[in-house]
Design a protein around this ligand. Structure first.
Ligand code: SF4
Length: 378
């Protein structure tokens, strides 16, 4: 599969800051949001020529909580993207949303504007765990948002869930999944809670130490999740992502295949033909630079062919498709079985991956140890 061109747009505002969150997100401020929308309208005009006439195959509005912004503002941004860059008629257009901030009217307006994939941050269906996570929505709000999204015409829905939460038993994790499955999503993202030292959770808890579940409980939760989802026809296709056949997130798949994607917004990363960049993360600074006619870059680097090959391996080992040997051979100008002979042998010896059908394919154990498997090649 040759991935088409993508666009990632970052909207960093949220109703409040969750105590576990380490993303580029901040509490919503009306003035800042208005300024950012104006800045994005200017920035999209500047980046449009980089598409070189290629219409977008995927657009992803992430955050933050993009759904906090008015539907008209989101529709206007998407309209500008369509007009200035262009969209394939079959393009996947995703929006991340908070179940607590969605009305029927808003969802209908978003669907009519062209968003066709909705990713809802359900996180849990336990009221206690949602409170512990600092989330303002209830399990009922998630169910209502799903029903309203279906009525609005969304036929491609993702639910995000977090596991490994303080006080969460295997039974509670399984109950979360069962509740999610009752809503019949096409896609599920299951993220293990990670602790960052900069967050209140990171200062309060220690990985693997009560009230957080221990390592063995986490492994059991993951195994139970996989079995439950597969029995429901939802297959794992990446370390944290599961989908019904045909509903894998095309935007993310393209980035994992080393595809090209433009970017917009504070902290957004992009990649075009071996050059990658990130914009400054602070929204006022991003706006100031755009308003001054500057490119709001925090980082830009040209990857060597070796680095591109390594990146393909690191990302590919996180997916069930694995890594195509032919792509590695083009980048390295040599047979990858020879270039990476030692790490490939170690991958096989540990039972983490094998070569089959012209690809390096991770085993189930390899997917569970994706970071360590990637480390063999670094
Ligand atoms: S809603 Fe998501 S992005 Fe926003 S603060 Fe919470 S975890 Fe972070």
């Amino acid at each position: 599969m040759t991935p088409g061109l993508g666009l990632y747009l970052h909207l960093p505002f949220c109703p409040s800051r969750c105590p576990y969150c380490d993303f580029n997100a901040k509490t919503y401020d009306h003035g800042e949001a208005r300024r950012l929308l104006a800045g994005l309208a200017v920035h999209v005009e500047r980046i449009a020529p980089r598409a070189q006439g290629r219409p977008l195959a995927t657009v992803y509005f992430g955050g933050g909580t993009p759904s906090m912004l008015p539907a008209a503002a989101l529709a206007s941004l998407l309209g500008q993207i369509k007009e200035l860059i262009g969209l394939e008629p079959w393009a996947e257009v995703s929006l991340e949303a908070n179940p607590g901030a969605l009305s029927q009217a808003k969802l209908t307006a978003l669907r009519q504007a062209g968003f066709n994939r909705l990713s809802l941050g359900a996180q849990s269906f336990s009221p206690e765990l949602l409170r512990a996570l600092g989330r303002r929505h209830t399990p009922q709000a998630t169910a209502k948002a799903v029903q309203a999204a279906r009525r609005a015409g969304f036929s491609n829905l993702n639910l995000d869930l977090i596991y490994g939460l303080p006080g969460q038993s295997e039974a509670l994790a399984a109950a979360d999944l069962a509740s999610a499955l009752e809503l019949e999503p096409e896609h599920l993202s299951l993220y293990e809670l990670t602790l960052s030292p900069h967050t209140p959770f990171g200062q309060r808890f220690r990985t693997g130490v009560a009230p957080l579940p221990g390592d063995e409980e986490i492994i059991d939760m993951e195994q139970a999740a996989k079995e439950l989802l597969e029995a429901a026809g939802i297959k794992r296709y990446e370390v944290s992502n599961y989908a019904r056949p045909g509903y894998e997130c095309r935007h993310n798949q393209s980035t994992w295949l080393g595809g090209d994607y433009l970017s917009l917004g504070p902290g957004a990363h992009g990649h075009l033909a071996g050059v990658r960049w990130a914009y400054v993360a602070d929204p006022p600074e991003y706006c100031r630079m755009v308003e001054a006619g500057e490119e709001p870059l925090a980082m830009r680097e040209e990857l060597s062919r070796e680095q591109r090959a390594l990146e393909l391996i690191l990302l590919g080992l996180r997916t069930v498709r694995g890594v195509e040997l032919a792509s590695l051979a083009v980048l390295r100008g040599a047979d990858p079985r020879r270039v990476y002979a030692a790490p490939l042998e170690e991958l096989r010896r540990r039972g983490w991956g094998l070569i089959a059908r012209g690809r390096i394919i991770p085993t189930e154990a390899g997917l569970n140890m994706a970071d360590a498997a990637a480390g063999l090649f670094a």
